[in-house]
Ligand binder design. Structure first.
Ligand code: ADP
Length: 446
């Protein structure tokens, strides 16, 4: 079997950039992204300036390969059957109901994909888990494929977790630290692994392609995210101590990071980590540990999420204190994306800090260069239940069109995302800079 056609189910933040880069690097393979959301497919086929995912460099690649060997389609069944390799890149949110609610990953989208693959496949397929999944999900996918699939068809399941960081997805994909491929140690498993290696080998040196068994690969993804998030919570917890003692967090991170054993990455203080993965993956890890009776281990990792929530509350309280609890004051919130260079606001600290401030009675003027008005509004409305007071949302927030509009209307400016355009802001009003990005003198920085 030669891999000539790839189908990727899920055209989101993971599927979109990953498949665009594979298409660019492998011009002899046709790649089709399918998605159950037809609006998303139309947007991928539409204006290059309004693609569903914003990532530096993505638009240029899509321009180059779209319609050549990268396609976006609503025809899921047909594209599954036409492909030798199928990537599953659907979202795996935290469960909201049933056993493990609030912790375990909800696999309903993955399960529905597996059923669809089983139903549509008339020849052998290699199924690649790209979505972050709890350990041993491959086993579940395999069960579904063998129960629902046609007789005589072989499905090989590979785990190939995505380690890209949003905001730098394209450069991460071009120059991955490592590509991890987990597969069965059987003859057919090894063949499937080699097929996937031959795709990545087109641009990743072989020494950076690591093969493991499926379970190690699945767990490595959760553990990597948990360790990265742990560094953020570590420095954020210390930023609270800095505030009280007069130590400077920036100096502290520099001093710590210069130790080669520790290194400089992920030691910047912030309003807390966001994004779709860190919290979800840690909670997932916590759930797994509890499931296996490792309560102490579960508690150890859970603390990383608790410190993240603490940091968000701490910042909202700091703003409140700075304004002397005069809730008739207006606050300018600069930044809604969970970090710069992405339009993704999932789990962004801006959401939680803003709702906390609305709960305290403040009115917000919000600006972000890439997150749409509509998204900011739904993020707030969808989380209205977090408002712990009689204040309702009526007239409590305005989405601004510019930094100037935001500053002009506010009594205090709160910088929550490290967008470079916030570095130059100048105002006599108090600025609380949670990203240490503003170059001018500020009232408070973390
Ligand atoms: P991620 O950050 O993991 O890529 P996204 O939410 O950006 O998450 O993307 C996941 C995509 O998967 C969404 O566009 C969603 O519509 C799509 N999706 C979810 N379930 C299915 C399914 N069963 N079939 C096809 N697409 C699906």
């Amino acid at each position: 079997m030669k891999i000539k056609n790839i189908c990727c189910i899920g055209a989101g933040y993971v599927g979109g950039p990953t498949m665009a880069v594979i298409a660019e690097k492998c011009p002899d393979i046709n790649i089709t992204l399918v998605d159950s959301n037809p609006d998303k497919i139309s947007a991928w086929n539409g204006d290059l300036d309004n693609l569903p995912v914003y990532e530096p460099g993505l638009k240029e690649i899509v321009k180059k390969v779209r319609g050549k060997n990268l396609f976006f389609s609503n025809e899921i069944d047909k594209n599954i059957n036409n492909s030798e390799m199928i990537f599953i890149a659907v979202n795996t949110p935290t469960k909201t109901k049933g056993e493990g609610a609030g912790m375990a990953a909800d696999l309903k989208y993955v399960i529905s994909c597996a059923k669809q693959i089983a139903k549509s496949s008339r020849s052998n397929k290699i199924v690649v888990e790209k979505s972050t999944l709890p350990v041993r999900t491959a086993e579940k996918i395999k069960d579904i494929l063998s129960t629902h699939g046609r007789k005589g068809i072989n499905f090989e399941i590979l785990s190939n977790p995505e380690f890209l960081a949003e905001g730098t997805a394209i450069s991460d994909l071009y120059k991955s630290d490592r590509v991890l491929i987990g597969g069965d140690e059987t003859k057919t498993g090894k063949i499937a692994v080699n097929h996937l290696i031959s795709i990545y080998e087109k641009w990743i040196p072989k020494s950076k392609i690591l093969t493991t068994n499926v379970w190690s690969s699945e767990l490595a993804k959760l553990a990597s995210n948990a360790m990265l998030a742990q560094r953020i919570s570590s420095i954020n917890s210390l930023s609270a101590l800095c505030e009280l003692t007069g130590a400077k967090t920036e100096e502290l991170s520099k001093a710590i990071g210069m130790d080669k054993r520790i290194g400089t990455h992920f030691l910047k203080p912030s309003p807390g980590f966001g994004g779709s993965c860190f919290q979800k993956d840690i909670l997932n890890l916590v759930y797994l540990c509890k499931f296996y009776g490792l309560d102490e281990v579960a508690e150890y990792w859970h603390q990383v999420v608790k410190i993240n929530n603490y940091q968000r509350t701490r910042i909202a309280n700091l703003v409140d204190k700075t304004l002397n609890r005069q809730s008739n004051k207006k606050i300018g919130v600069l930044g809604w994306a969970f970090k710069k260079n992405t339009n993704d606001s999932r789990e962004s600290s801006s959401i939680y800090i803003s709702l906390n401030l609305i709960s305290k009675g403040y009115k917000l003027y919000i600006y972000d260069p890439k997150v749409s008005d509509k998204k900011i509004t739904t993020d707030i409305k969808d989380n209205e239940h977090l408002i712990k007071s009689k204040h309702n949302l009526e007239n409590k927030f305005v989405v601004c069109r510019s930094i100037d509009e935001c500053i002009k209307n506010s009594d205090l400016i709160l910088v929550l995302t490290e967008w470079e355009e916030f570095a130059k802001i100048k105002t006599k009003k108090k600025i609380i800079d949670t990203r240490n990005i503003v170059e001018n003198e500020v009232y408070f920085k973390l």
